[in-house]
Write a protein that binds this ligand. Sequence first.
Ligand code: HEC
Ligand code: HEC
Length: 379
Amino acid sequence: MRRLGKALLVVSMVIFVTLPALSANKIIFSESERATIVSHGPWPPKMTSDPSNRVSGDKSAITFGRELFRSRFLSTSRRHSCVTCHKPNLAYGDGLARSTGVSTVDRNTLSLANLRLNRWYGWDGSSDNLWAQSIRPILDPREMNATPTLIAKRLRNDAPFSRGYQATFKSSPTSHDDEQILVNLGKALAAYQETIVTPKTPFDRFRDTLAKTDKQQVGQYPLAAKRGLKTFLGKGNCGLCHLGPNFTNGEFDDARIRYFKPSGGIDKGRFGGIQKLKKSPHTLSSRFNDDPRKASGVATRYVTRSHRSWGQFRVPSLRNVSKTAPYMHDGSLATLADVVRHYSNLNEERPHLDGRGLLRRLNLTDIEIADIVAFLETL
Ligand code: HEC
Ligand code: HEC
């Protein structure tokens, strides 16, 4: 009897282990799923230069910007550089829940990649262009704590940096005022950061195969990732917000992360971001936009805050996401499994959404969660 029991156990284990694998082998995407998968590419997309920044794409600006990015010259204490929080070996993030310069800030460091695809910058979209976003940390008392006057004075007195400035902007820093110098440094930093583009991934190769042929089984794309992709598109409905080649709609939403700041008070999210944007002297509507048509500034002039902007944060790209832990604007979720579990157990209540939020509790199984993680890891 005991032997029979054991045999049955073994047989049932074999069935249990092989059945899902067999059915998983047969994962077939429908025509509409296929079209959506194809819409997550091609990668990398064509990156054009930024019309609001006259040195975007310029070789000497990129070299000068790289020097500035690595140098501690831009912080008052000469102890912090952009690399303090944007480390090249950590996908230009820092691996911390909340980043620390002069002191600790309330938000998680955004990793830097594919920045030309952004419509807004920062978790709350408080900048509408990359050069303005690059100036913010220099002036933020918690990050690099400098002033335009200090930076301009240092630059004029530093021979190598003055030469880099002259080579990029074709005039000496002695002929520009402090504010102009700061904005120009932001533009050189932007030119460098625009060159950080993530390479093709296993997902992209799978997507390219699907785009070209009917055969879905070709290639090395892992089965768990295929199952995860199916849930991402279907039951998970993740593509409502994480869409297109960069896996984001570029806008803002409320993913139900707590909005109390670790340092106290409430993070106003997009609501505060629009307030800051409207007050900024460095938007696309300002005199510093080099695009003579200033066409790109129109959206910024008309963007308005609403009740719903509270607690909204930018929908982040999911490219490279396995390298950018911890997650969410406050770094409160440590792993990708934690993020997917968060969506699975979501609290649908949020008073200011008046029931109009897009997210629903997903109640995923452990296998579905693991599969979505396997998919995210191929991005
Ligand atoms: C103290 C750590 C720290 C330092 C130093 C720092 N950053 Fe950041 N960076 C952050 C954090 C945190 C965010 C997210 C800010 C937010 O949205 O509130 C961020 C966001 C950004 C973004 C926005 C990316 C996006 O996708 O919108 C850019 C660009 C950026 N930083 C560039 C720089 C540059 C250039 C420097 C150096 C001049 C720099 N940072 C210095 C912590 C830092
Ligand atoms: C309604 C829009 C929306 C939907 C649907 C959505 N997300 Fe998100 N996602 C966001 C927003 C907004 C954030 C940032 C939230 C924050 O930081 O407060 C985010 C953050 C993330 C992050 C963290 C990225 C990082 O760098 O910190 C991951 C991973 C992620 N989402 C995966 C998913 C998956 C998987 C699904 C489907 C199960 C999904 N999202 C569905 C809007 C959405």
